[in-house]
Design a protein around this ligand. Structure first.
Ligand SMILES: *Cc1c(COP(=O)(O)O)cnc(C)c1O
Length: 465
């Protein structure tokens, strides 16, 4: 054994204690760490020949890299849609690496059974009794898997198997959606269907929710050819929801696969007051839900659901003599793009086992209330105005006067440089703006006050233009 490895093996408990102590310090200070630390990376270093061992590497990381890491796990990182990590999820993540299971087949380990049970809990959480699912790395992969199964379904309608004969056998396939996330187009590119295949259906006036009459007209124009409809349950700009029940009703008139991108909007199901937004979700053919956002498990984690496992198996089955054939309850390597895979389910299992439905409902409802509160404060600030009502957990707003990209960018940089919060820019109906997305279990009322204060101070710096 290499001497560095032998030495580290002998000192493993000590090394883990040091890492644990440091992790505890980082998390104890996470609320005071700058929300974002852009441009603080060290110069590239050459690959070491021998290396200093784990302790030396740890020192290098602490000194050179950690200062440039953001507080994305903290309470005022409101960019993109970013969750934190609950205490139980963190413990689960550490143990995922400790046991280092390959959650592929059940020949050697109960790990895949744990994943199945965890998916079962998620089905209950989201109200998807008709679906089965598997863990993937994020909502992009979840959308990819859902649309891959949809592609196979469309082939079946036309009497071809895309998995066997390739996507050319399919001919033209229409994909319709109102306000799709960029990952839908990316998935279409990866699937060989093409980004250009997406037909964007107009939204309702002043909304990001699809106009269902226009969707019906788009489907009618296909003359009975099968299509894919991507419904959006929670758009990133304004968290708008397509009317799922109305879309489902169209199935009586037109043949289409319904995929629902509910990456974070699906969590509305946890709040009785907001569950109506995703009513009917179980009737979708496939559903995407992200877990590293509002479930507050660490990156990377999402789940894909479908009611059509037979078709899923046709696309993803991976048979070899040493792997065995898919059985009644197929191993995960027959269901998702990966073969070897991390036991990503464990942090989710931990957080659901620790806090249950009730604990996670509290996080969702608190974040919604905090977003409303920031929305009210923004609306009351003379230099800002809301770009959309706060429907769930995102505040989308801009400068009240002259909201050019340049001025909004300056406002955003001032907030980032204050270290108090991190928001991300967007454009809504042609107007540049900012988004503050609440999805962390750590965020509380005083954080909203600090974000509002940071916006006020940053706004003061802009006057005089
Ligand atoms: C975040 C998001 C995605 C992409 O998710 P990743 O986990 O980053 O791959 C897709 N759709 C929606 C609606 C999202 O919010």
């Amino acid at each position: 054994m290499h001497p560095n490895l032998a030495e580290d093996l002998a000192r493993l408990p000590e090394l883990l204690d040091a890492a644990r102590g440091y992790a505890g310090e980082v998390l104890a200070g996470i609320a005071d760490r700058p929300a974002a630390s852009p441009h603080r990376a060290p110069q590239p270093a050459p690959l070491p020949d021998r290396g200093p061992g784990a302790e030396g590497a740890f020192q290098l990381f602490r000194d050179q890299w950690a200062p440039g890491f953001s507080a994305s796990a903290g309470p005022r990182y409101l960019g993109f849609v970013t969750g934190g990590t609950t205490p139980a999820a963190l413990v689960g993540d550490w143990l995922t690496s400790t046991f280092d299971q390959n959650a592929v087949s059940s020949l050697d380990s109960a790990a895949p059974v744990l994943e199945r049970q965890t998916v079962g809990w998620l089905r209950e959480l989201f109200g998807l009794p008709s679906h089965q699912g598997a863990f993937v790395s994020g909502a992009t992969m979840s959308n990819f898997v859902g649309l891959a199964i949809a592609r196979e379904w469309a082939g079946e309608q036309l009497g071809v198997s895309v998995a066997e004969d390739g996507v050319a056998a399919l001919g033209d396939l229409a994909v319709l959606s109102g306000s799709p996330h960029s990952s839908t187009r990316k998935a279409l590119a990866m699937l060989g269907l093409g980004r250009g295949r997406l037909r964007q259906v107009p939204a309702l006036p002043g909304r990001e929710a699809v106009d269902v009459d226009q969707l019906a007209a788009g489907l009618a124009a296909l003359d009975g050819r099968p299509a894919i409809v991507v419904a959006n349950a929670g758009t990133v700009n304004t968290v708008d929801f397509d009317d799922l029940r109305a879309i489902i009703a169209l199935r009586q008139r037109f043949p289409f696969w319904l995929h629902v991108d509910a990456a974070f909007g699906g969590f509305a199901a946890l709040s009785p007051q907001h569950a109506e937004l995703v009513a009917g979700l179980d009737e979708a053919d496939s559903v995407c839900a992200d877990l590293h956002k509002w479930l507050n498990v660490p990156y990377d984690s999402a789940v894909q659901f479908t009611r059509h496992r037979d078709l899923q198996l046709r696309v993803f089955q991976n048979s070899a003599a040493y792997l065995g054939l898919p059985t009644e309850d197929p191993d995960f390597l027959h269901l998702v793009p990966e073969n070897s895979r991390r036991l990503r389910a464990l942090p989710t299992w931990f957080t659901l086992a620790a806090y249950g439905r009730d604990g996670h409902r509290e996080v969702v409802e608190r974040d919604i209330a905090l977003a409303r509160e920031l929305g009210d404060r923004v609306a009351a600030m003379p230099h800002l105005r809301l770009l959309a009502p706060v429907r769930l957990n995102v505040v989308c707003f801009t400068l009240a006067e002259n909201p050019t990209g340049e001025r909004v960018g300056r406002l955003n940089r001032a907030v980032t440089e204050s270290g108090e919060a991190f928001l991300t820019p967007t454009v809504h109906e042609g107007t540049p703006g900012l988004r503050a997305a609440f999805s962390s279990w750590r965020t509380t009322g005083p954080d909203v006050t600090r974000v509002a204060d940071a916006l006020r101070t940053a706004g003061d710096g802009l006057t005089g233009d």
